[in-house]
Design a protein around this ligand. Structure first.
Ligand code: PMM
Length: 294
């Protein structure tokens, strides 16, 4: 399949070691946390989390992303033992059941333990900035790695949303991360980049990045987009009014954004509501295939 973003055809090549579906993949979100912004507390105990992970897979999630630390603005970090205790048993059970599991962590020890427990992908919202040992850990594990654009920990990130041309700035900063990952021996064929919607970004930055996926493609890596239920969606639904639609009411709009991201060439979307986004990326695939023929 090819993407028509900016009117240029781009092959949708998934990184080595991930499922190939001939369409944008859908990653289901499983936050094993008491305080994530939209689903905090819902799956905070191991049994509920495993059941939810199995449910996401049954709904068609290509990958289930298990995280044990909230990254919402202002969130407080958790200690390593707590993050390990929240996530590793869930990763192990889901992997045992045949689910493709991703470990959403900024910490090398958690990434290592998750891979040992069966995770096939490490998803690091800090792109290696939070833990200097992460790049080496991922290189040694030999699994695909999502490096997201990040500027600061959650408690500070809202003060770091200053950009000139946000797409150019994000590309330059991701480019610097790529150097570091290469130095540490991470296989470029296993790297996925993510513009980090909502992380040190205001809504106008999120929209510019979404519309600028075609430019981000120029870095030459598959792109993951995490828009699900984020503030820029709530703000757009409020139509300029003061009342943002709360996170739970943003799933239909999220699916629309998933379709836009898939048409823009995203390799994967990370979402809470898997069914809606799976339909959306299927529609995008049919649309793009037709564009390719016309
Ligand atoms: N967003 C969140 C957490 N992990 N991972 C990637 N790769 N990209 C994202 O945009 C991203 C992420 C925060 O959202 P959540 O609290 O709903 O999980």
């Amino acid at each position: 399949m090819q993407s028509p973003a900016l009117g240029r055809a781009r092959p949708l090549i998934p990184p080595e070691g991930l499922p190939r579906r001939g369409r944008c993949l859908v990653m289901g979100i499983l936050n094993v946390t008491p305080d994530s912004f939209s689903d905090g507390g819902l799956y905070a105990d191991t049994r509920h989390a495993i059941d939810r992970g199995l449910e996401l897979a049954a709904q068609g999630a290509d990958i289930v992303d298990v995280g044990g630390e909230s990254t919402r603005p202002g969130a407080r970090p958790v200690c390593l033992d707590e993050e390990l205790a929240r996530t590793v048993p869930v990763v192990r059970e889901l992997a045992r059941a045949g689910v493709w599991v991703s470990a959403d962590t900024m910490h090398a020890p958690v990434a290592r333990a998750a891979v040992e427990a069966g995770a096939r992908l490490v998803n690091d919202v800090s792109g290696g900035l939070a833990d200097p040992a992460m790049a080496g850990a991922v290189a040694a594990a030999g699994v695909p790695y999502v490096a997201m654009h990040w500027r600061a920990p959650s408690r500070e990130m809202d003060h770091r949303a200053d950009y000139g041309d946000v797409v150019a700035d994000v590309m330059a900063e991701l480019g610097a991360r790529l150097w570091r990952l290469a130095e540490a021996g991470v296989d470029p064929a296993r790297i996925v980049l993510d513009p980090g919607l909502g992380f040190a970004k205001r809504p106008e930055h999120d929209w510019a990045l979404l519309a600028g996926l075609g430019r981000l493609w120029e870095l030459g890596f598959p792109l993951l987009v995490g828009a699900s239920r984020k503030r820029f969606i709530g703000a757009a639904l409020a139509d300029g009014g003061a009342d943002e639609v709360p996170p739970a009411g943003r799933d239909v709009a999220t699916a629309a954004v998933s379709a836009l991201a898939a048409v823009g060439g995203a390799f994967c979307v990370r979402v809470h509501d898997v069914r809606a986004s799976l339909d959306a990326v299927r529609m995008a695939a049919a649309y793009v295939e037709c564009l390719d023929r016309t």
